[in-house]
Design a protein around this ligand. Structure first.
Ligand SMILES: Cc1cc2nc3c(=O)[nH]c(=O)nc-3n(C[C@H](O)[C@H](O)[C@H](O)COP(=O)(O)OP(=O)(O)OC[C@H]3O[C@@H](n4cnc5c(N)ncnc54)[C@H](O)[C@@H]3O)c2cc1C
Length: 440
């Protein structure tokens, strides 16, 4: 078999490596428009905080046995002839395939305002954008967009001693993803670090002098700044799929079935460019996470090679650092349930992350969302210790269909330096079971 993978990001790297594993005699070609074998976008904010060199992210040695064509942009998939047309160094070429995996990711979007071309304006997207930002980074920074990336970038830049303002157009950080009990803690932590968080503040323009940024204009007033980092979102990079005649879903991403096949029987799609089903709601969604892209890339490759592995749907677990804390979530938020008209119960528990006698203990906050019978639909967690562990457990609990009544009597590993004997997830489940009389 001859496989072509388009895009060597998280989904494409996984797909190409898995193809070689499950079909070792095959030939696997990857067409990647970038110059790097890998560029690890999730670690870019740490570079801004000075905790990691940008060079550490520039991977250029290929580990697997795939044929990677770098600096090559796929510009058409001829579905009839089963060939991909691509352009490299100004010349055009073609590659035939038996099966193709499309993994072209997202592309960043920017607000339509004046001044985006001023010196001092940048974004955090890939190695090139961060290299540019590092050169222009001043001391008065406005981060535009209260997304996970915006929060992480604001936190990292603030740790370097810069004056940082984070502006978000809506009334809370990460609207739709986070609910107020957790987003308010994130905003408070940023504020305590010295970041000025301005909610309900929309970017209206960027003003400069002599080609350099001087002011950021918003509906809440003008902010003096020498740097603006615009992280206002991204959309599926599905132009190639559209142009080639593949079905585009309602989100603008490439429609795939539960086996990652697109509307063409020889083309699969995975990662941020694919529109999949949400595990909890069944809605058509895009995901925007490396961990999710990896699972989809694996399943797409296995099915391209003739296996029949079902994608169970996206739960999209995530975790983000903010100051000395972490927050994360999985499944749906209460605001998402509201917007979809789903009946739900919610519960907030705030407790200690270590036994009362332990020095250095801190708060641990759990926010649970269940259906009316107590089955978990989503959760958000804030704290200093083991936030990821709790998100991992709740992710598995949602997949397994656990109710809070089940979790309140489950056994969790305990050691006083790491946690309290009653894990906050257990205490939250117990509290929720009692509050809503879900016990029996
Ligand atoms: C700053 C930042 C921080 C992040 N932090 C996290 C995190 O902490 N945790 C997490 O889970 N996720 C995080 N993400 C998201 C995560 O990086 C993405 O969800 C993940 O990389 C998606 O993988 P993908 O393979 O679908 O797309 P990508 O990794 O974007 O790969 C797509 C690839 O396709 C190539 N390509 C596109 N079009 C063409 C074409 N026509 N021809 C050839 N090649 C093409 C691109 O050059 C790119 O290399 C972060 C993203 C950013 C930007």
């Amino acid at each position: 078999m001859e496989y072509v993978v388009i895009g060597h990001g998280t989904a494409g790297q996984t797909a190409s490596a898995v193809l070689k594993k499950v079909d070792p005699d095959s030939r696997v070609y990857v067409i990647e428009k970038g110059r790097y074998v890998s560029n690890h976008p999730c670690s870019l904010p740490m570079v801004l905080g000075g905790r990691l060199e940008l060079k550490a992210l520039e991977e250029s040695a290929l580990k697997g046995r795939v044929n990677l064509i770098l600096g090559a942009k796929a510009d058409y998939i001829d579905l009839e002839r089963k060939v991909v047309r691509y352009e490299k160094d100004g010349s055009k070429d073609e590659l035939p395939y038996d099966r193709l995996v499309l993994a072209t990711g997202l592309k960043p979007t920017f607000p339509r305002v004046e001044g985006l071309d001023l010196e001092g304006v940048g974004t955090v997207w890939d190695i090139e954008s961060v290299a540019k930002l590092l050169k222009i980074l001043g001391n008065k920074v406005v981060v535009v967009g209260g997304s996970a990336t915006g929060i992480e970038v604001a936190s990292e830049l603030s740790k370097t001693g810069r004056e940082v303002v984070l502006i978000e157009a809506l009334e809370q950080l990460m609207p739709g993803k986070l609910d107020l009990p957790i987003s308010s803690l994130v905003a408070r932590e940023l504020t305590e670090m010295g970041v000025k968080v301005m909610l309900k503040t929309r970017l209206e323009g960027l003003e400069g002098e002599g080609g350099k940024l001087r002011r950021v204009k918003t509906n809440s007033g003008t902010i003096e700044a020498d740097t603006a980092v615009i992280v206002t979102g991204a959309k599926p990079n599905s132009d190639l799929a559209l142009k080639s005649g593949l079905k585009i879903g309602e989100t603008g991403a490439v429609w795939v079935d539960d086996y990652m096949f697109t509307s063409d029987p020889n083309v699969l799609a995975a990662g941020d460019v694919a529109e999949v089903r949400d595990f909890v709601t069944g809605e058509r969604v895009t995901t925007g996470l490396a961990s999710t892209a990896l699972v989809q890339g694996r399943i797409a490759a296995e099915n391209a090679a003739g296996m029949r592995v079902k994608y169970r749907g996206a739960l999209s677990p995530y975790i983000v650092p903010v100051g000395d804390y972490w927050f994360g979530g999985v499944g749906i938020s209460a605001s998402k349930a509201d917007s979809l008209g789903i009946e739900y119960l919610s519960f907030r528990f705030a407790g200690s992350d270590l036994p009362k006698y332990m020095p250095g203990r801190d708060r641990s906050v759990i926010w649970l969302i269940t259906d009316t019978e107590g089955r978990i639909l989503g959760a958000q967690v804030f704290g200093r210790r083991d936030v990821r562990g709790r998100i991992l457990f709740i992710t598995a609990a949602i997949y397994a269909g656990f109710k809070v009544q089940d979790i309140r009597v489950m056994e969790f590993a305990y050691q006083p330096e790491l946690c309290d004997v009653l894990d906050p997830v257990v205490v939250a489940s117990e509290g929720m079971s009692r509050k809503y009389r879900l016990l029996l």
